[in-house]
Design a protein around this ligand. Structure first.
Ligand code: 2DT
Ligand code: MG
Length: 175
């Protein structure tokens, strides 16, 4: 048995298939006898999550820095629970979006990427990042593109470029 669970992050642009692949991964891990659970950011159910949800649904306006910090806070408030699950309950967590989305989206909007990284410094680091890289043209053909604030082709192209700048040895792109 593992000493602790794994922290697996799945990242990608909108409509890249993250939700489907995350669900498949959790189900396959579970079938192999690994205690696995799905977590998603932003978590729209908390106080910060509700503010984020309103912003994404274009029901409210917020300064770009302020919304960036809310996304970060939305992760920070989950850290203790995530730590307990991985370390004490030895659960493997599959996390749909994490701090990489935070930096990629905010810097694609024009914020300084170094500034963007600061608010996530100290968060638990993933063991592996699975990046689903789907050409934006393909993503656009999938249903629902364009309903929420960031679902625009020009922004998604910039987000993908910002994601690629964050790639390091822990990343696996399109396994
Ligand atoms: P979903 O479509 O996956 O619900 O995401 N986002 C997400 C950010 O701008 N910063 C973040 O830190 C995170 C986690 C990506 C909703 C949108 O929120 C963006 C798409
Ligand atoms: Mg979305």
């Amino acid at each position: 048995m593992l000493q602790r669970g794994l922290f697996i992050v799945v990242e990608g642009c909108d409509r890249s298939g993250k939700s489907t692949q995350c669900a498949n991964l959790v189900s396959n891990l579970t079938k192999s006898g690994i205690d696995a659970e799905l977590i998603k950011f932003p978590d729209r159910t908390t106080q910060t999550g509700k503010m984020i949800d309103n912003y994404l649904q274009q029901k409210s306006e917020l300064d770009d820095h302020a919304i960036h910090l809310l996304f970060s806070a939305n992760r920070w408030e989950a850290m203790q629970a995530i730590h307990d699950k991985i370390v004490h309950q030895r659960k493997t967590l599959v996390v749909d979006r994490y701090a990489f989305s935070g930096v990629a989206f905010s810097s694609a909007k024009g914020l300084d990427s170094n500034w963007c990284r600061h608010s996530d410094v100290g968060l638990l680091s993933p063991d592996i990042v699975l990046f689903l890289d789907l050409p934006i043209d393909e993503a656009e053909k999938r249903g629902g593109f364009g309903e929420e604030r960031y679902e625009k082709k020009e922004l998604q192209i910039r987000v993908r470029e910002e994601f690629m700048k964050l790639e390091d040895k822990n990343w696996k792109v399109n396994l």
